[in-house]
Design a protein around this ligand. Structure first.
Ligand code: ADP
Ligand code: MG
Length: 250
């Protein structure tokens, strides 16, 4: 599904990613853990195609296709989804309207027909019911005045509607209370499927008690320095990142 080879990225002449290699297979939930400043968020932004990052070397293949040659919209149409740490607020645009526009823009980019309003409403109602999103939330301005938990519900709803093949969740556990953690993890778990993969980026092991990963990768100084199974996350919770910081200094 996703293959990253020797990725080297800088921003404002500062190297952030230093030859990063990572493979995520079909249906896999991969977790990336690592100390603050190791480049986790940079990796998610570079995959999603955010401007400002200079890719000096390497490639990112989604099902064999180099996505570095695509714009952010094309990447989204190809099935990439990035859940933002700080979701966008759009006053005056009802969440429902935003979701319809997002879904139809993506269908258009794929050469599919746009959904009619009744078809869209059917889909959104089904997804909202499954994810316990109250209907009045969909009529309010996008994320405006939403609580942390409501923003997360909206994000998961967006994910469910867009049916991405590859989802990236970056630090979604930061500042989340236990209810919001539950919403995110139940949402992700209900969307797990053999042809959808997830990259869950987190500083803490806590989230991984709810979203149990297939693989865990430790990132340090812009590279993946260790890969293992879910037990690696538990081990890290006990030992911290000190061992990996020493590797950096060496
Ligand atoms: N826009 C930027 N300009 C300059 N430095 C940046 C920028 N974004 C991130 N960095 C630096 O890149 C490093 C990695 O940051 P980040 O990817 O946010 O790490 P993490 O998510 O693992 O905490 C940090 O040292 C950070 O200061
Ligand atoms: Mg980060």
């Amino acid at each position: 599904m996703l293959q990253i080879k020797n990725l080297v990225v800088q921003i404002e002449d500062k190297r952030i990613l230093n030859g990063l290699d990572l493979t995520v297979n079909n249906g896999e939930v991969a977790a990336i853990m690592g100390p603050n400043g190791s480049g986790k968020s940079t990796l998610s932004y570079v995959i999603a195609g955010k401007a400002d990052y200079e890719v000096l070397d390497g490639e990112i293949l989604l099902d064999g296709e180099n996505i570095l040659e695509m714009g952010p919209d094309e990447r989204a149409a190809a099935g990439l989804f990035l859940a933002f740490q700080y979701p966008l607020e759009i006053p005056g645009v009802a969440s429902m309207t935003f979701l319809k526009a997002a879904l139809n823009a993506q269908r258009k980019a794929r050469g599919e027909t746009e959904l009619t309003t009744p078809d869209f409403i059917k889909r959104v109602n089904a997804a909202a019911a499954k994810l316990e999103v109250p209907k009045d939330m969909l009529r309010r301005g996008l994320n405006v005045g939403f609580s942390g938990g409501e923003k997360k519900r909206m994000e998961i709803l967006q994910m469910a509607l867009l049916e991405p093949r590859f989802c990236i969740l970056d630090e979604t556990d930061s500042g989340l209370d236990i209810d919001a953690l539950r919403i995110v993890s139940e949402g992700v778990n209900s969307l797990r499927s053999p042809d959808r993969s997830f990259l869950v980026i987190t500083h803490y092991q806590r989230l991984l008690n709810y979203i149990v990963p297939d693989t865990v990768h430790v990132m340090s100084a812009g590279r993946i320095v260790k890969t293992g199974g879910k037990e690696l996350a538990i081990e890290l919770e006990a030992t911290g990142y000190a061992d990996y910081r020493q590797t950096e200094a060496a």
